[in-house]
Write a protein of this length. Sequence first.
Length: 156
Amino acid sequence: MIPVKQAAHEFLEHRRIAVTGVSRSPKDHGANVVYKRLRDRGYTVFAVNPNADQVEGDTCYHDLKSVPGGVEAVVIATSPAHAEDTMRECVSLGIGRVWMHRGPGAGSVSEQATAYGRANGVTVIDGGCPCMFDPTADVGHKVMHAFGVGHMPKQV
């Protein structure tokens, strides 16, 4: 186990990141917020949604294996029911860093997905949001982190 701050730093050092669960009708959807923040901070970010061809004005991929050139890390921002399938796809593709997003609500965290990923050598951050850590952080997310919103683990 490593401190979550270290895991977050290592996750965000990767520049090719996929975000699953990005919505066609975004509003304040957590996946879309993370997707846009990563994109705006200069990451090469890929939207993944099996039911969309385009989101946020960008190409959307139906699964991780369809992303040209692959990715180095994945933010899972789907329902927990889909997290384990996504984790299995990450393992099969050799993706070693996965962040299961969780904001004020239930989020995407799945105990089964976490256990499967860790058993297969994946560094899994099971809670919180990448926007809580620099270089993607903002004041609002830092405040949420300070108050424990998103159930950020201390170690992963």
